[in-house]
Design a binder for this molecule. Structure first.
Ligand code: ZN
Ligand code: ZN
Ligand code: ZN
Length: 372
């Protein structure tokens, strides 16, 4: 069985269990996960129709058909012409089904029209069916995440060895430079490249701007992109490293704070074993940071799941009792942020496996002093 056929079989089993008669997937990450095809976010409807019993059909505008890699073991292709009504096509394929699950990202205009065309259907979120399946990555997905993380690590290494000039350049310049390097290292596209110098590093999602980087300050770099797996589906990277500019060691206070963060992040990565609730991984990072007196300065959750989406389930946050399972992939990224002064964050992607946590990012975890 091919990888996509295997995912379809698991999806059908989930539909059986939940009593879902038809699953409808349009734009968003569920469709490429299940079919290898990513829908254009267009006013023209693309929709995979999976009836519980019957064969799946991918409904696409005719002009998009050349982009479709046909997978007869997963879906039949049904193209529609400019003068056809795709809502009627989809409604016809759903037939008499009463329980319909529809992808969470589907445009409201199509949901509204489908509800009118299928007045007796009951509707629920597609994520109820596909979410738990997508959360546990299969071997091909873990391999894709590994490749993306390795590419991001190579850019982090360039940052660490002084290959990316910092002092005298603006944050925005360095951000664009990091983006180019992500692409050079194999990413298909750049999703973000946060570059935050000095006091700006206290804002976790700081937007790189015109601030010129000086010697003797922290530069926080958090970057990631999407890299295509061999089957064409994109998987994300996401890494944060901080460096100290100017070639001289940082002040003792900075070294001490970074040491607390470093040890907390290492402890949380080590805690990410199969069976451990997500919130315990959060606590493994938070407890030592709070113990050192910086609890109020760690102002966000410890991490987020990652895969086809940059942020997806499972979230590593207090209150999430979900136990980690083999294949769960997520970031571990505690931070300490002091307004007006500096901030530090350290982020790796980790996969829970039966042999223990697999850390996909291997770049140096220290606050590296750079001459650049
Ligand atoms: Zn973030
Ligand atoms: Zn990040
Ligand atoms: Zn992240």
């Amino acid at each position: 069985m091919t990888m996509f056929a295997e995912r379809l079989a698991r999806t059908r089993a989930a539909m059986d269990e939940l009593g879902v008669d038809a699953l409808l997937l349009s734009v968003g990450p569920d469709l490429p996960w299940l079919s290898g095809y990513e829908a254009m976010p267009l006013e023209r409807l693309t929709m995979l129709v999976v009836p519980r019993g019957g064969d799946a059909t991918l409904v696409v505008p005719r002009l998009e058909a050349p982009r479709v890699v046909e997978r007869p073991d997963v879906f039949a292709l049904r193209t529609w012409e400019e003068t056809d009504d795709p809502i009627a096509v989809v409604a016809g394929l759903v037939g008499a089904g009463t329980e319909v699950a529809i992808g969470d990202r589907t445009w409201a205009r199509f949901v509204v029209d489908l509800q009118a065309a299928l007045p007796s259907a009951r509707w629920r979120r597609g994520s109820e069916v596909v979410g738990p399946l997508r959360m546990a990555k299969d071997a091909a997905e873990v391999e894709a995440l590994r490749a993306a993380a390795a590419a991001a690590d190579r850019v982090a290494a360039q940052l660490h060895d002084g290959g990316i000039p910092l002092v005298g350049r603006t944050e925005a310049d360095v951000s664009a430079d990091i983006g180019r390097r992500l692409v050079d290292e194999g990413h298909h596209k750049v999703n973000f490249a946060i570059v935050a110098a000095g006091e700006h590093a206290a804002s976790p999602h700081h937007e790189a701007g015109s601030r010129v980087i000086r010697a003797g300050e922290v530069v926080l770099c958090d970057f990631g992109g999407t890299m295509h797996a061999p089957d064409g589906v994109g998987y994300c990277s996401d890494i944060t490293r901080c460096v100290w500019t100017g070639g001289a060691e940082p002040p003792a206070e900075v070294a001490e704070v970074y040491g607390v963060l470093h040890d907390a992040q290492r402890a949380a990565c080590a805690a990410a074993t199969v069976g451990t609730p997500c919130e315990d991984v959060d606590a493994a990072a938070r407890t030592p940071i709070a113990g050192a007196g910086w609890g109020d300065e760690f102002i966000h959750r410890t991490g987020h799941g990652i895969g086809i989406e940059e942020h997806e389930d499972p979230y590593v946050v207090a209150g999430n009792r979900t136990p980690l399972a083999a294949g769960h992939a997520f970031s571990v990224e505690p931070g300490i942020y002091v307004d007006g002064r500096w901030g530090f964050r350290l982020e790796d992607i980790v996969v829970a496996t039966d042999a223990g946590p697999e850390e996909l990012n291997r770049a140096d975890h220290r606050l590296v002093v750079v001459d650049a």
